[in-house]
Each structure stands twice: as structure tokens, then as C-alpha cells.
Design a protein around this ligand. Structure first.
Ligand SMILES: Cc1ncc(COP(=O)(O)O)c(C=O)c1O
Length: 427
């Protein structure tokens, strides 16, 4: 057996370089559910796990023709290095996209990144020293937690409810941090159609959150991949629209194509300069080909119509999810009702642990992500994230049916045997 074929846990034990890694690399371990995800990709399993956009809804032939034309017409620049800040034509277009959420930005304020994930990594790199406090929602996006953990941040979760981040809880977290003689480096928030919670920060809370952060001198990082994917209303006004000090992160992953890997940060001048320097040291510059593909897509294709199509498609899938859940989920289950985006956040009945239940769900041919991945402290065991963006409504219906039946069996086990059945107490 080669080292690659060994299970991750065993590989780590036999890793000959273990004493040589930097301290920050020690915390970088594969998630324990990664192996289950490989199984979840099998066609017989309905995966409500991964957050993949449904790219098959794109006009693939038209995009293919456009890419061919791009190389024929602009191959000399599309296949060449570019500046680390990114293509200026694309940055102009990005400002038009941000204007849909009432942000007035200048192309000079934009730094193009490899998806918004790289923007998170670059921000962590320029702001976080080991042990620095970062405030995030409870729960929070797993990729952001991974980026912050890689720089050894001390992540503090702040409570949310159905209207998003709770202002009083934020004030309290800031106060507690200060009382401990520390200062948070920034607040990381996903205000629209939250991943994983599916909730949206209410309009009435937005000024209050900005005001609290302003008074505390706390930088706000607004991560907004789903803002244009609302089902029932026009896009909300971005936090960045009311405060030029906010660092805004955007991406084309959900509104065009995740595989293109183009996102951006809009940031105040000083932060922007650091981001550009950090990006230079990471990648020299980003893919010119990807950037020009997005630029051409925005210039030549009906991208606003395409976003409308995506919204309708995801709305149907959200509806399929919620109606199946309300018909089939056993008593004691509670869930959020997203107005856009990809995710429903499910609270399981007391005494049912989502991670312990996952192997049994996989055996019943349905997959989800246990809530623990969305908390830096490993709490959240009673929760599961269900993603409806990829499976068809029929498959969603079948997946929810299977999941509901697995939960019913868990409830039965809990009632018959209690914690002795291997089911942990609620958090
Ligand atoms: C909240 C949030 N932020 C950032 C990302 C990263 O997206 P990308 O790097 O594809 O732009 C995702 C992807 O699912 C996300 O849900």
C-alpha cells in the first residue's frame, strides 16, 4: 500500500515530516467527513451535501463559442501574465455588478481574486497573527473557518436568528473580547442567504450592525456570493453601500461558473495595497484566461437573464425541499426557510447527533453536511446543512424522504436505548 492509499488518520501517524511542519500547518487536517463525501458522490446517493451550483443550466454551447472567439481575438492577452490587481476591463464590469446592490465603486478599488475563497485567505494573511480574535456568525461558512484556522485565529461565534446576526449578541461579543484585554481584528459576515444557515440579515439590522462595528473600530468583511440569487425580492442593499470602510467580497462562482475561479474584493486603499502584495507573493497574478472569459461573458452574453434563470431554477428546488420537509420531517425537527441561495439549516430533535447519524444516512443513500463543520469549536452537532442547488426537485423529494426515515429510526433508537446507543446528548 502506498502512503496515498492509506487512510488520512494513518498517514498522519506515519508522516515522516511531522516534526518539521510550521505550527500553523499542524491544525490543517482533512475533515473527518471527507471520506464520506467520496461515497456521497456515488450516483445512487442523493447528495444534499456539497454546495455545487447547477452549471448545466448555462448555455454551454454559446459559452464555448465565446471562449473560442476570445482566444482568436484576444489570445495574446488572455494567455499572458497580467497585473495582480486584475484586468481593468473586468474590474469595470465588476463595478456594474456591484451596482445591482447599490454599491458605488470605482474599478481602482477592486482586486480580482481566485474566487472569494482566495480573498478570505489573503485577508487572513494580512490581518491575523496567531491567537488574534475574529468574530463570525454562529454557524459560519466552513471555508472561511478553514482560512482563519490556517492563520491560527481565535474564532468567536456570534449568535444569529431568523433575521441574521443579532446586534445585541455582537455588542456583547465585542465587550467580552475587550474585557479579556483583546481586540477583534474583524467581523466576518455573510448577510444574504447565509451559508450554511440560509437566513438573511434584516434590512432594519444592517445600520445597527455597521454602527456597532464603527463605534468599536471593528473592520467588517462582507462576503456576498448569493446576494443576486434572491427568490422573492430585489437584491438587498449591500453593507458596503452604506460604509466605504467595509471590505466586500464577491464571486462569479454562483452567478456564472464556479470552475472559472474568479472573485473579487473591494477594499479601502490601504487594505487593497496589502491584498495586491499578498496576491503577488501567492500567485504572481491571477489567470488572465479566466478573467477575460468573465469579462467577455459579461460583455457579450445575456448574463442578467441567466441570473434570472438561475433564480427560478433554485427557487423550484428550494420549494421542493421545503414542501418535502414540511410533509415528511418527524416532530422535533426545525429548519430555516431561505429566501434565496442554496441552503437549509436543519435542527434535529434533541439527543440526535448529525455526525453520528451520517454513516447511517449514507447507507440509506442520502448525504448532508453535519453542523459541526460550521463551528470552530466543534459544536453544532444537533444541526445539518442541506443544499438543494444541485439535485433535481424529484431527487430532492426522494432525498428528504430517505433522510426523514433515517431521523425517525434515530429517534426510535434514542427512545429505546438513549445515549447508550452511541447518540450524544444535545449541545
Ligand atoms: C459564503 C461563501 N463564501 C465564499 C465561498 C467561496 O466561493 P468561491 O471561492 O467559489 O468564490 C463560498 C462557496 O460556497 C461561500 O458559500
Amino acid at each position: 500500500m502506498t502512503a496515498e492509499q492509506q487512510p488520512a488518520s494513518q498517514r498522519q501517524r506515519t508522516d515522516p515530516y511531522v516534526g518539521q511542519y510550521a505550527e500553523r500547518a499542524v491544525g490543517m487536517v482533512a475533515s473527518e467527513i471527507r471520506a464520506l463525501f467520496a461515497v456521497a458522490a456515488r450516483p445512487e446517493i442523493v447528495s444534499l451535501a456539497g454546495g455545487s451550483p447547477y452549471v448545466s443550466a448555462l448555455p454551454l454551447d454559446a459559452v464555448g463559442t465565446m471562449v473560442g472567439q476570445l482566444i482568436a481575438d484576444h489570445g495574446d492577452s488572455a494567455l499572458q501574465y497580467c497585473t495582480a490587481q486584475g484586468d481593468s476591463g473586468l474590474r469595470e464590469r465588476i463595478c456594474e455588478v456591484m451596482a445591482l446592490e447599490e454599491v458605488v465603486a470605482h474599478p481602482d478599488e477592486i482586486v480580482v481574486t481566485v474566487g472569494s475563497q482566495q480573498a478570505l485567505d489573503l485577508l487572513a494573511r494580512i490581518f491575523i497573527d496567531p491567537g488574534d480574535v475574529v468574530l463570525v456568525e454562529a454557524p459560519s461558512y466552513v471555508g472561511a473557518l478553514g482560512a482563519f484556522a490556517a492563520y491560527q485565529a481565535d474564532v468567536v461565534h456570534v449568535a444569529m436568528d431568523d433575521d441574521g446576526l443579532i446586534p445585541d449578541a455582537l455588542e456583547e461579543a465585542i465587550r467580552r473580547t475587550a474585557t479579556a484585554g483583546r481586540r477583534a481584528k474583524f467581523l466576518y459576515t455573510v448577510p444574504n442567504f447565509h451559508n450554511p444557515a440560509g437566513v438573511t440579515l434584516a434590512a432594519g439590522r444592517r445600520h445597527r450592525i455597521l454602527d456597532i462595528c464603527h463605534r468599536a473600530g471593528l473592520l467588517v468583511v462582507e462576503d456576498n456570493p448569493y446576494g443576486l440569487l434572491g427568490f422573492d425580492s430585489d437584491p438587498m442593499r449591500a453593507l458596503r453601500a452604506d460604509d466605504e470602510g467595509v471590505v466586500y467580497l464577491g464571486t462569479f462562482s454562483k452567478t456564472f461558473a464556479a470552475g472559472i475561479r474568479v472573485g473579487w474584493a473591494s477594499a479601502p486603499a490601504a487594505i487593497r495595497e496589502k491584498l495586491i502584495l499578498a496576491a503577488e507573493s501567492a500567485v504572481l497574478c491571477h489567470s488572465s484566461f479566466s478573467q477575460l472569459t468573465v469579462r467577455e461573458y459579461l460583455a457579450t452574453q445575456p448574463w442578467l437573464e441567466q441570473i434570472k434563470d438561475f433564480r427560478e431554477l433554485y427557487r423550484d428546488r428550494r420549494d421542493a425541499t421545503l414542501s418535502a420537509m414540511s410533509r415528511m420531517m418527524p416532530p422535533g425537527c426545525h429548519w430555516t426557510r431561505p429566501g434565496g441561495g442554496f441552503y437549509v439549516w436543519l435542527r434535529l430533535p434533541d439527543g440526535i447527533d448529525a455526525k453520528a447519524m451520517l454513516p447511517r444516512a449514507i447507507s440509506s443513500r442520502v448525504a448532508y453536511v453535519p453542523g459541526t463543520g460550521f463551528y470552530a469549536d466543534g459544536s453544532g452537532g444537533q444541526y445539518a446543512r442541506l443544499c438543494y442547488s444541485f439535485p433535481s426537485p424529484d431527487r430532492i423529494h426522494e432525498g428528504i424522504r430517505r433522510l426523514a426515515s433515517v431521523i425517525e429510526t434515530e429517534i426510535q433508537l434514542r427512545d429505546d436505548f438513549g445515549p447508550a446507543a452511541g447518540i450524544r446528548r444535545p449541545i
